[in-house]
Design a binder for this molecule. Structure first.
Ligand code: KDG
Length: 359
């Protein structure tokens, strides 16, 4: 049986105390797999600085710790990784630029933030494209996905692995949302929704009648707190680990987009590493991405239930309600499919359908 560990780091001590008996303190997450590869040769010492937007409690952070542990153990401490979460070093776009100039070694953005480097990544931004997590993971492990990672070559960025950001859900501070009409507002104004800085996401929320406002993730909490935006959309685990429920009373299980993360390194850093270190970095990235995907799935429903337990009113949508959202965002396909490439979309849909057929 896989060992399980109770992950208390997701919550501060104060938060744990304030939860009360009805709320579990942490999800039961699988422990990281044992680190068992050979120790690599001595090719000097390197400190690798890695920055990203999410917090210490997130599956992204926990799996990055595992990445750091693999490198450290298998290099006998010569390769160390310093992790800077919470957008401390910048937002996704800025950190990718820092990778290009060599002022940062690694970052871990949403694929949506990286479409200006590899336009094919925008396929993941299409709404309701990937019907199940199993289908999404099959796509992330496909040759088509590997070609997207390879396509970063020459950009100054070495893309190492895909992992799971997850199904994005709407949250807001204004009202319960069960339909596109609730987003648009009939007698009231449409919701102002923060989106990632990505044109397909803008198109989605325009099609739903919202006022989409692109913004960096690091600015989001205070923008919601100050009422600059009514809402945002992210996986439940991000909503919880970023404490968005403190400023968002309503959640809706829209699952409108499944976005991956891309673990990446500066090409300058990569080129400085001995080939044996490069192979270790690549292997550790794949292993930690697989672990991230596993614990992200474990985290997801737990996070939703936790949000509910902490007072967020969550609207679950039935098939007919989801279909209404799907219909409302149809114009996004009409506008963006030719840009992204009909062939690529069909290829991804076929990979996803092969999983649905197996089930
Ligand atoms: O660490 C990743 C975050 O910076 C960001 O990509 C999270 O999905 C995200 C968002 O909404 O910006």
């Amino acid at each position: 049986m896989t060992p399980r560990w109770s992950h208390a780091a997701a919550l501060t001590g104060a938060a744990i105390l304030s939860l009360g008996i009805a709320q579990a303190q942490s999800p039961e997450l699988s422990a990281p797999p044992a680190i068992d590869g050979e120790v690599v040769g001595d090719h000097g010492s390197h400190t690798i600085r890695m920055g990203f937007g999410l917090s210490e409690g997130s599956p992204q952070y926990l799996s990055s710790r595992y990445f750091a542990d693999i490198l450290e153990q298998r290099s006998e401490g010569r390769l160390t990784v310093q992790i800077f979460p919470n957008s401390q070093l910048g937002d996704d776009v800025q950190m990718m630029e820092m990778l290009q100039t060599g002022t940062l070694d690694m970052t871990y953005p949403s694929s949506s933030a990286a479409t200006s480097y590899v336009s094919e990544l925008a396929v993941f931004d299409l709404p309701f494209l990937l019907p199940s997590r199993e289908a999404a993971i099959e796509v992330l492990q496909s040759e088509a996905a590997q070609s997207m990672l390879d396509a970063f070559e020459g950009s100054g960025i070495k893309a190492l692995a895909f992992s799971e950001n997850g199904y994005r859900q709407l949250s807001n501070s204004a009202r319960p949302v069960a339909s596109p009409e609730d987003v648009a507002g009939l007698d009231v104004r449409g919701l102002t929704v923060r989106t990632m800085e990505n044109p397909v996401h803008l198109a989605i929320w325009e099609a739903l009648g919202a006022n989409p406002t692109p913004m960096a993730f690091g600015e989001l909490f205070s923008a919601m707190e100050q009422g600059v935006v009514d809402g945002q959309e992210n996986p439940w685990s991000t909503i919880l680990t970023s404490n968005f429920h403190e400023v968002q009373d309503y959640g809706s299980e829209t699952r409108h987009v499944y976005t991956p993360f891309v673990m990446m390194m500066s090409e300058r850093t990569w080129d400085r590493l001995d080939p044996e270190y490069q192979a270790l970095v690549q292997e550790a990235a794949r292993q930690s991405a697989a672990y991230e995907i596993q614990i992200s799935a474990e985290y997801d429903d737990w996070a939703r239930d936790q949000l509910e337990a902490r007072g967020m009113q969550i609207t679950r949508l039935d098939d007919a309600q989801i279909a209404a959202f799907q219909e409302a965002v149809q114009p996004v396909y009409e506008e963006w499919a030719p840009e992204i490439g009909e062939e690529l979309i069909t290829e991804i849909q076929q990979i996803a359908a092969s999983v649905a057929d197996d089930e």
